[in-house]
Design a protein around this ligand. Structure first.
Ligand SMILES: [Zn+2]
Length: 283
């Protein structure tokens, strides 16, 4: 289903058939994307790409079956990403066939990728908040080979610490007064997803009185977390609108709780934070 328009086909908006015909002859895919707020409400996967004539971005939306949740939803997203081939037909003797050779080549390249490449691409579709559950699903259904690891991001480590606190009953007091939880962001609003490929870092949770109303907890990694040479990585912010003594106590305690679970998790998963060079040397 056509999802976006370029300068060549903008006048076709509203005419599904004309827009689809244009995509048939001009749409070249580049990659896959999930667009969602809550994963449980995710109903489609997007195939992103560009127009063969003007090179502006185009996007095809592929609907997923309705009513899926949990593992069934992950499986459906995964399978769609591996098999969908809009606007091309697949002929066993010829392979993919359609009006754009570059598009057929994209589908053919997709089919040739290793399982590990497929798994990494799938994992990168998800928000930090869902990355751990997507990774666990992958590892269960497509076991990794020796030397292969699926990385966490700074934001997903932050979310994992919160999930662990919640599962162990250590998050309820804070949750009752929280305004928001924002992975991979901090007060200045900068946002980036960084894969963690080293383990010589500390998790730090700072209580921040903030410039405006409320109290923040800003979480950082400090030390060596990848090969970039940077020393500090903001990985998430938690905020309450309250500012009284009780709220300060709860937020202070939460700093300790998150530090505890983040350290425990990293120590139990050191292999996944092992630098590429060391992984290669081991295998
Ligand atoms: Zn165009």
């Amino acid at each position: 289903m056509v999802f976006s328009y370029c300068q060549c086909n903008r006048h076709m908006a509203g005419s599904d058939e004309a827009a689809a015909n244009f995509y048939n002859s001009h749409f070249i895919p580049r990659g896959w994307q999930l667009v969602y707020c809550e994963l449980s409400e995710c109903g489609a996967i997007h195939l992103t790409g560009y127009c063969k004539r003007c090179y502006e971005d185009l996007e095809e939306m592929i609907l997923l079956p309705k009513g899926l949740a949990g593992d069934d939803l992950l499986k459906s997203i995964y399978n769609t990403m591996q098999t969908a081939h809009p606007y091309d037909t697949f002929l066993p003797q010829v392979g993919y066939h359609g009006l754009c050779k570059e598009r057929s080549d994209f589908y053919a390249r997709r089919d040739k990728r290793s399982q590990f490449a497929r798994s990494k691409e799938f994992l990168n579709l998800f928000h930090d908040y869902d990355r751990e559950s997507a990774r666990l699903w992958l590892e269960k259904n497509y076991p990794l080979q020796p030397g292969e690891v699926l990385r966490d991001t700074g934001g997903s480590l932050f979310c994992t610490a919160i999930h662990m606190a919640r599962e162990n009953g250590d998050f309820g007091k804070a949750e009752a007064i929280l305004d928001y939880i924002l992975p991979c962001a901090h007060e200045t609003g900068r946002k980036e997803q960084v894969e963690l490929t080293a383990y010589e870092f500390d998790f730090e949770a700072h209580l921040n009185w903030g410039g405006s109303e409320g109290i923040y907890i800003d979480c950082y990694l400090t030390g060596k977390f990848d090969e970039s040479g940077r020393f500090v990585l903001p990985i998430g912010t938690i905020k309450t609108l309250k500012r009284d003594l009780e709220a300060a106590k709860i937020m202070g305690e939460l700093c300790g709780v998150l530090t505890h679970y983040a350290s425990q998790y990293v120590n139990q998963n050191l292999l996944r934070y092992t630098p590429e060079k060391e992984l290669k040397a081991k295998n």
